[in-house]
Ligand binder design. Structure first.
Ligand code: 3MF
Ligand code: MG
Length: 347
């Protein structure tokens, strides 16, 4: 038998936050961005997920050369701390040019900004030492259907994917689907949409996905199936594990906090399909509760990582012989009872 997977964990600096929400100001003192990196290792994390401007703040004001120099500095800082950059994502949802979308904006000048910024994001990724960029297509959608030509929007998305693949012959694009928020309806809501775009592209092997539990739940889908679909196509670049209490705003709760059984099924799918054995990270995208006092608040990261590892134990002790016997007999009531008792640790 091969040795068990040793999981490596990652998160993004935005997961240590001040707790602001659309209805109120920050509730915790600012914890300096540069000081966050020293927290990773002691918490049990090796991978850092970045937005382009997490690596190089105010990047729009710099020349491409200045930007690469700064990103290289950050790359050395990471190396010195024993950390790895997992991916860099263009954070395009704050710029004035992206109010109505980036690649799908109706304005040519906005689309040009988005393409320039995408190239800079690839440059930053390469300079900081990673080969993946993430497209969370925040504003690629509409608030009203009549606002954009949807077929053209899909064509524009595919063009940018192809242009990016051509711009850098090694870069991978991981699409992070999400059905809504901030827009009313997003153009790439599910793994199926992302993977269709991948296969339609010039080099589908370099177009993958990152599946976030909460985003799948917001699409009223089971996150473990979304992950399995990507794994079946060898296209699960990463995951954003968290949880979501039904069809509400995007909550980014602790992994397993709303639905432990659904969390178990995500770990089951990942473990059974060898996720992590080729260096993939177990990525978290969790937010500390707004009501939590103190700074920096890190317990949500610690808890989510621990729950993942507890669930790995549950997966490894889940008796496949029992499962197979119940499947063969089509005795799903017995399978349900066994699964629930196993999760509860009772007989
Ligand atoms: C939004 C998200 C984003 C992405 C991040 C990296 C702010 O719902 O999940 O987090 O994960 O931009 O792609
Ligand atoms: Mg996410």
């Amino acid at each position: 038998m091969s040795s068990p997977t040793e999981y490596k964990f990652s998160f993004g600096p935005w997961n240590i936050s001040e707790g602001a929400d659309p209805f109120g100001p920050p509730v915790r003192p600012v914890f300096p961005h540069e000081s966050k990196f020293a927290l990773y290792k002691p918490l049990g994390f090796d991978g850092v997920q970045f937005h382009d401007d997490d690596v190089v703040p105010d990047l729009d004001k710099l020349s491409p050369q200045q930007l690469v120099a700064k990103a290289r500095e950050v790359g050395s800082m990471l190396q010195n701390q024993g950390l790895t950059a997992e991916f860099v994502a263009p954070r395009m949802w704050f710029a004035e040019q992206t109010v109505d979308g980036c690649y799908t904006s109706n304005r040519a000048s906005d689309r040009q900004y988005a393409w320039d910024r995408t190239q800079r994001c690839v440059d930053v990724a390469r300079a900081v030492g990673c080969k993946a960029i993430v497209f969370w297509l925040a504003r690629e959608g509409t608030y009203l259907r009549e606002a954009k030509n949807p077929k053209l929007a899909y064509e524009r998305l595919l063009s940018v994917i192809n242009q990016t693949l051509e711009y850098d012959r090694e870069i991978e694009i991981w699409i992070e689907p999400k059905p809504n928020e901030p827009t009313d309806q997003a153009y790439v809501p599910t793994a199926g949409h992302a993977i269709a775009l991948a296969y339609a592209s010039q080099d589908h092997r370099r177009v993958k996905t990152i599946i976030e539990s909460a985003h799948a739940i917001l699409a009223n889908l089971d996150p473990s199936d979304e992950m399995a679909f990507c794994l079946a196509h060898d296209k699960l670049g990463s995951v954003h594990l968290n949880d979501q209490n039904g069809l509400k705003y995007d909550q980014d709760k602790n992994f397993g906090a709303a639905n432990l059984r659904a969390a178990f099924n995500q770990v089951l799918v990942l473990e059974e399909n060898g996720y992590g054995r080729r260096g993939e990270y177990v990525g978290l995208d969790v937010k500390a509760m707004r009501t939590q006092a103190g700074t920096p608040v890190l317990d949500h990261l610690v808890t989510s990582r621990k729950i993942f590892l507890h669930l790995v134990e549950k997966v490894r002790t889940y008796d496949r012989k029992i499962v197979e016997a119940h499947r063969a007999a089509r005795d799903y009531e017995a399978l349900e009872q066994y699964t629930l008792q196993h999760l509860l640790g009772v007989k």
